[in-house]
Design a protein around this ligand. Structure first.
Ligand SMILES: [Zn+2]
Ligand SMILES: [Zn+2]
Ligand SMILES: [Zn+2]
Length: 495
């Protein structure tokens, strides 16, 4: 924790320090010689056992070895007025540990009684005995920490509910952890508690209060029971539960709106509800199975998974937006853009993309071609840009002409390709790979993705359209379209 030293200045300080020999301002003249500011500071912090047996601060020097004040004759105030113990003084004649303790005592004392409530005494002890008093002081002197501790001090009784009522912050959770750790309040499962609070609030989102009982039972017997079984509850479980309940509420409200009772719910209703909404409606599966089990609905209902025409795919506008982002903007890495294009524009599987090797990528001046299984995919400009960038700079090794690894998408462990799940996660901020792929496959059977690309990238739609009839030959047509695009570009350049 010592300050970085500035270089010495012999012109300004001609007398060198007796300890370090450098030319700095002299802070004290001690029996062993002149001592510069740096060495003075260091002396106050030198602790150990003197040859006389004294334990404490050893600011002096005898024969080059640290020595106590009595043996060395150094005069220095290192007597903390609080404990009388030797230590570097921090403020008001107190050492850092005592200053920290005084601060904690002041903040946690009840303003009414002037003493710390018995319940908070262990917390005070914990805060006071931080091994690094200096960091403790830095932490506790922050305004928001001070304010938080003061609000604890005025609370008549500290419980999880008391803490929940205070503004949420890392400080609150840190102090909660200390309170639990020192037995001031009982341990509770944070996520379970958050889920309970959230569920109670979510119930108010039901447009028909008659559904409340059912939903409450669903939450309690399906979700919370599972959470109680898991120890501890993972954030994933919590989020999935939240999502499942949200979707159930959405379904129930839709039924209310369409004046359909749960008992009167039929498959056609479910399909209609699913088709109208986002892909997340698939999650209603969980609620439906529970409702069937509890006989709230007829048993022959199901949430259909891969129905064409349902919305389990990116909408055309979302797809077009994603393509634009991937192709036109530079806020993504070439690696993510390269993978995204294969999913978005060509409907390829993430599993296959993750396994792609450089042998399957062919880059010429005019065209980038990629072989994925039995499919050759030609990437006309500007779709080829991320691939060219990747090939020019494969990974961190910029000097190698050929990448050392055969994989286009290297994994975190050497010699492995990226795990498909990691790739999917990387792409998830741009789109859901499943929804995007379904959308693209769907479009491939029609005029798109060519039509989508024509629109998004400003291709001449007439040129594209000729090549986009039928679906089986789409990739071959793609290459043809790319060639034509290239020829057009050459002609334009020649003219
Ligand atoms: Zn010095
Ligand atoms: Zn001594
Ligand atoms: Zn002290």
């Amino acid at each position: 924790m010592s300050r970085p030293r500035r270089p010495g200045d012999p012109a300004r300080w001609p007398v060198p320090c007796g300890r370090c020999g450098q030319h700095h301002q002299i802070a004290a003249r001690w029996p062993d010689g002149a001592v510069c500011g740096y060495c003075y500071q260091q002396a106050k912090r030198t602790r150990g056992t003197c040859s006389c047996g004294h334990q404490g601060v050893l600011p002096g020097r005898i024969g080059g070895r640290p020595a106590c004040r009595r043996c060395s004759g150094v005069r220095l105030n290192i007597d903390c007025r609080e404990r009388g113990a030797e230590d570097e003084l921090y403020s008001g004649g107190r050492c850092q540990a005592c200053t920290l303790k005084a601060t904690v005592d002041r903040l946690l004392a009840s303003p009414a009684t002037g003493v710390i409530a018995p319940q908070l005494v262990p917390l005070a002890g914990a805060l006071t005995s931080m091994t690094r008093a200096r960091s403790g002081l830095t932490w506790i002197r922050q305004k928001h920490v001070t304010a938080f501790l003061e609000s604890l001090a005025v609370a008549p009784q500290v419980t999880h509910d008391t803490l929940d009522a205070l503004p949420g912050s890392p400080t609150r959770e840190y102090v909660r952890g200390l309170l639990v750790g020192h037995g001031c309040i009982p341990r509770r499962d944070e996520l379970l508690a958050r889920c309970q609070a959230w569920a109670e609030n979510a119930l108010t989102g039901l447009s028909d209060p008659a559904h409340r009982d059912l939903l409450r039972r669903y939450i309690r017997w399906h979700h919370q029971r599972r959470m109680h079984q898991a120890d501890p509850v993972s954030i994933g479980t919590f989020l999935r539960s939240k999502q499942a309940v949200t979707v159930a509420i959405d379904l129930l409200n839709w039924l209310t709106e369409h004046e359909i009772s749960l008992a009167g719910l039929r498959q056609g209703h479910l399909d209609a509800w699913q088709a109208e909404g986002p892909a997340t409606r698939l999650i209603a599966d969980r609620f439906l199975r529970w409702a069937i089990k509890t006989r709230a609905v007829t048993p022959d209902l199901s949430i259909r998974r891969h129905r064409r025409g349902t919305s389990d795919k990116l909408s055309p506008s979302a797809q077009s937006q994603a393509i634009h982002r991937v192709v036109r903007t530079s806020d993504l890495t070439p690696r993510d853009r390269a993978a995204a294009i294969l999913v978005l524009v060509f409907g390829q599987q993430v599993e296959d993309i993750a396994r792609l090797t450089w042998d399957e990528v062919n880059i010429t001046e005019d065209l980038v071609t990629i072989r994925l299984g039995s499919t050759a995919i030609a990437l006309p400009g500007p779709l080829d840009q991320p691939w060219r960038q990747l090939a020019a700079r494969p990974g961190s090794d910029t000097t190698a002409a050929r990448p050392a690894s055969p994989w286009v998408f290297r994994g975190y462990s050497p010699g492995r390709h990226i795990h498909p799940a990691s790739l999917r996660t990387r792409l998830s901020p741009i789109f859901s790979t499943r929804a995007a792929r379904l959308a693209t496959l769907h479009e491939l059977t029609k005029l798109a993705p060519v039509a989508v690309i024509a629109e998004t990238l400003g291709y001449a739609p007439a040129t594209i359209e000729r090549h986009a009839i039928g679906s089986a030959a789409t990739y071959a047509q793609y290459i043809a379209a790319a060639r034509e695009q290239r020829n057009t570009a050459h002609q334009a350049a020649d003219n």
